[in-house]
Design a protein around this ligand. Structure first.
Ligand code: MN
Length: 218
């Protein structure tokens, strides 16, 4: 009997895999986590967020959501600098392209910029185990951030929000340059915070304080 809806892709792959021995056949297994790492592209994004306090929301796509950390001082390219990253609730994937103004009175009211975006690649074979252990090593392929990084959990808050540290590993992308000051424009629109606030009828004066002094408007 014909079904009106096609079988889910996952189920079709299960059958595909059941019929094959990938230790023997050179055919692809189609597994997202093979020994060579994930084949799927995983989204990475940092949103600069001028809410009650300026912070940078660091997000990594995993299992259909964006794992999220709020980093008050933003990332540092200097391996000797450890930046506090407070884990917050998972966000939907679509959130990664949001740039605009969250209205006054709403949660997180203020200006949001897509400060950096690209892909990430785990450096571990088991991301879930690494997250549970509290040490996730990965590579970033963004417009601004690149190379090898680690998130290390330091403690759990009473609220259940855990504190982590984001640290740059030593590689060719490590530098003492202040990346927030050097590259303040949106990775999505090239706009500054003030530009985004103005377009979204937000608080331009407050947003402008998050732009480095003397940065020319677009
Ligand atoms: Mn935020």
């Amino acid at each position: 009997m014909r079904k009106s809806t096609p079988a889910p892709k996952k189920k079709m792959l299960e059958e595909y895999r059941r019929k094959r021995d990938f230790d023997v056949t050179p055919e692809p297994s189609g597994r997202p986590n093979s020994r060579n790492g994930p084949k799927a592209k995983l989204l990475y994004v940092i949103q600069k967020h001028q809410a009650s306090h300026l912070h940078y929301d660091f997000r990594l796509e995993w299992r259909g959501v964006l794992l999220s950390w709020a980093i008050p001082k933003g990332p540092s390219l200097d391996p000797s600098v450890k930046r506090l990253a407070v884990q917050v609730e998972d966000h939907p994937i679509e959130y990664g392209s949001f740039e605009g103004v969250i209205p006054e009175g709403e949660y997180g009211a203020g200006t949001v910029m897509v400060w950096d975006k690209g892909m990430w690649l785990p450096e571990v074979s088991d991301v879930d185990a690494a997250l549970a252990k509290g040490e996730l090593k990965f590579q970033l392929f963004g417009n601004k951030l690149r190379g090898s990084w680690v998130l290390v959990r330091t403690r759990l808050n009473r609220s259940g929000k855990s504190q982590w540290l984001l640290i740059k590993h030593r590689d060719e992308y490590a530098t003492s340059e202040d990346v927030e000051a050097a590259m303040p424009q949106s990775a999505a629109s090239r706009r500054l915070m003030a530009d985004i606030a103005r377009a979204g009828r937000g608080d331009v004066t407050k947003a402008a304080k998050a732009d480095p002094a003397g940065t020319p408007a677009r």
